[in-house]
Ligand binder design. Structure first.
Ligand SMILES: [Zn+2]
Length: 257
């Protein structure tokens, strides 16, 4: 973030001093960097993104995260499967859906899972281009919806498709929200054969990994019905790691991608 601000400042100085052509030359890389930082989910240039968590020797913990619910007809089956496998998960829910199905939100909490903010309306195509006011509204309305249903506010946020508008980090900071990304995703948010999704998740799973799945496409129960037994068999345990374990992008310093 600091680098980007410095870049913008340098650009303003160049233009201010009449070096128009040098300024123009710097304009495109500066904006390309901003675009890159906003669109690459694990990029830390615009602020910290948690992409894994710390485990001690011998701990085979993973953090299962499920986005885009709650989804009636799907969330119930997902919760039944999680209970059968003694797995805990984090549900990054969409505020508008939560408002329509508050009983599912209450059941998620009652069964020991965690809720995260995934915006009020999930504007997935243009989230990274939204002005600060609109981003703030997406954050606050989702938090308000969850507060109304549960009596408490979420402490974690996941961006739609992992995108980060430049205003996001300061807005999250002032609201005490931490941006949580993922270590591995099965790309089940777009249409994919389930076998390939499952293979991606199995290949990427490792102790300390954040695993990303989606609800709302009808396949979450079928996917978990195969994935949870595999995790059991491999000795993995699905937990919700405490914040002291959270780590920014793996092996990548906070100022790089
Ligand atoms: Zn989403």
């Amino acid at each position: 973030m600091g680098g980007l601000i410095l870049g913008a400042l340098g650009l303003a100085i160049l233009w201010g001093r009449g070096h128009f052509w040098w300024g123009l030359l710097a304009f495109f890389p500066a904006h390309a960097a901003l675009l890159w930082a906003g669109l690459v989910p694990a990029c830390q240039w615009l602020g910290r993104v948690v992409t894994s968590f710390r485990v001690s020797d011998g701990e085979r913990f993973v953090w299962l995260t499920i986005d885009d619910g709650p989804e009636p007809g799907e969330t119930e089956a997902v919760l039944d499967l999680l209970r059968a496998h003694r797995a805990r998960a984090t549900f990054f829910v969409i505020g508008q859906k939560a408002a329509r199905h508050p009983h599912l939100i209450r059941r998620i909490l009652a069964e020991g899972h965690l809720l995260g903010n995934h915006t009020q309306s999930h504007p997935e195509k243009w989230f990274w281009t939204l002005p600060g006011k609109r981003v703030a509204r997406e954050l606050d309305e989702c938090t308000g919806t969850l507060l109304q249903i549960t009596g408490s506010t979420p402490e974690i946020f996941r961006s739609p498709v992992g995108m980060k508008p430049p205003s996001l980090t300061p807005l999250l900071n002032t609201r005490g929200l931490t941006l949580v990304g993922w270590t591995v995703r099965g790309f089940d948010g777009v249409s994919q054969p389930l076998g390939r999704v499952l293979q991606r998740l199995k290949t990427g799973a490792r102790p300390g990994a954040i695993l990303l799945l989606h609800e709302g496409r009808g396949h979450a129960p079928a996917l978990l019905a195969e994935f949870l037994p595999w995790l059991d068999q491999e000795g993995y345990q699905c937990i919700i790691p405490e914040p002291t374990r959270w780590l920014p992008a793996d092996g990548i310093p906070a100022v790089g991608c």
